[in-house]
Design a protein around this ligand. Structure first.
Ligand code: NAD
Length: 352
């Protein structure tokens, strides 16, 4: 029998394909924009510059200074430039860092956003914004930060390096995994999440062999959208809390932290919700979803354990305290001793 659920519709206008970047000017006009402000990280400068050339008469200015975790001082600088050039539409090209800055500017100005994602992080599909002020990361949900238009252009992802492909792909997976056992889960999002997991389990290893394969890149980018929709639509649990703490308080890199932690947070929950995680165990052809995720991480050569991504061993006690102080809803009780044990396991990076 279907559990009772509430559902509020899917967000944003989405264009998906190869070469879809050609539609940017028209889509800006559809949003009522005439003076685009283009946002990127320094690493995506070349793609951003090509976009600026394409926009010529509609370009107000650009800001290639986005960085991870959306620090407030960077947002303030970008806001000054945006105001000075009188931009009336935000256009972000890049991963979650560029999109995060666009969202932070939209929160402050209510300008419309058009975003072109080039990783699999999934931020483009959510009304969630994480910002860092004085080293503290806080997360909010606000309709103003949801991008109005998302243009997925598979061509933009063909050069994505192996490491970013793997870690941001597993970051996407984390959204779908936690959607499966969310307290407010619903059958539509569970269906999308299962489809996304199947595509990622098949596609990510394939991309290690053939990174420029258009079809597989397309499958994985589509899966990333489904994962973003999952993150937008239902509440996240222990895994996202752990990554939030490790990124915010210990400056661990975002996607790598998700990639390393996922098998361990799933192991923490699997005994409580084995039926809900069964599709993932099945997709990975392992006895348990946690083992399947660990094996996938090995295939993708992600860093081995928290110790490999900069977590100091003597910070594990404090991390366990922060995770258990104000836990998110989770299918398994979140308490200090088992969480500390989970972190110990994840730090060493041994099989669950
Ligand atoms: P990122 O945007 O920092 O990109 C990672 C690296 O990949 C960067 O060096 C970038 O220059 C490079 N890169 C991006 N696209 C590329 C391409 N096509 N080819 C070659 N190199 C490319 O990292 P990310 O993992 O996409 O995003 C992480 C950020 O997103 C974090 O700040 C995180 O908090 C945020 N995030 C937010 C949400 C949300 O819903 N609010 C969801 C997921 C992630």
């Amino acid at each position: 029998m279907i559990r009772p659920f509430n559902f509020s519709g899917l967000p944003s206008r989405v264009l998906f394909g190869s070469g879809t970047i050609a539609n940017v000017a028209q889509e800006i006009r559809n949003l009522g924009g005439q003076r685009a402000f283009v946002i990127s990280t320094a690493g995506r400068l070349q793609q951003a510059s090509m976009l600026c050339v394409q926009l010529h008469g509609m370009l107000a200015g650009s800001f290639p200074g986005a960085v991870m975790h959306t620090p407030a001082d960077v947002t303030e600088r970008a806001l000054e430039e945006l105001t000075e050039v009188r931009g009336d539409c935000l256009v972000a090209i890049g991963g979650g860092s560029a999109i995060g800055l666009s969202k932070a500017l939209a929160l402050r100005t209510d300008l419309p956003q058009l975003v072109l994602p080039t990783t699999y992080a999934g931020s483009e599909a959510t009304s969630i914004l994480g910002e860092t002020t004085a080293g503290q990361k806080t997360t909010l949900r606000d309709a103003r930060v949801l991008p109005e238009t998302v243009i997925y252009d598979v061509n933009l992802t063909l050069e994505l390096p192996d490491q970013v492909t793997a870690t941001s792909g597993l970051n996407a997976m984390a959204h779908a995994v936690e959607a499966l056992y969310a307290q407010d889960r619903n059958p539509l999002i569970s269906t999308l999440a299962c489809r996304a997991l199947d595509l990622l389990v098949a596609g990510l290893p394939e991309l290690r062999r053939t990174p420029r394969d258009q079809q597989v890149r397309g499958d994985v980018l589509y899966a990333a959208w489904l994962c973003g929709l999952s993150l937008h639509s239902v509440g996240m649990s222990l895994h996202h809390k752990v990554c939030h703490v490790l990124g915010g308080a210990f400056q661990l890199p975002h996607a790598e932290t998700h990639a390393v932690m996922l098998p361990y947070s799933v192991q923490y929950n699997e005994a409580a919700v084995p039926d809900l995680l069964a599709p993932l165990a099945y997709a990975t052809q392992r006895q348990s979803a946690a083992q399947g995720l660990y094996a996938l991480g090995q295939t993708l050569a992600i860093p081995r354990g928290l110790k490999a991504i900069g977590m100091a061993y003597d910070s594990l006690d404090r991390a366990a305290s922060l995770i258990t102080e104000k836990p998110y809803w989770n299918p398994t009780l979140v308490s200090y001793e088992p969480i500390r044990a989970m972190l110990e396991h994840a730090w060493h990076g041994t099989a669950p």
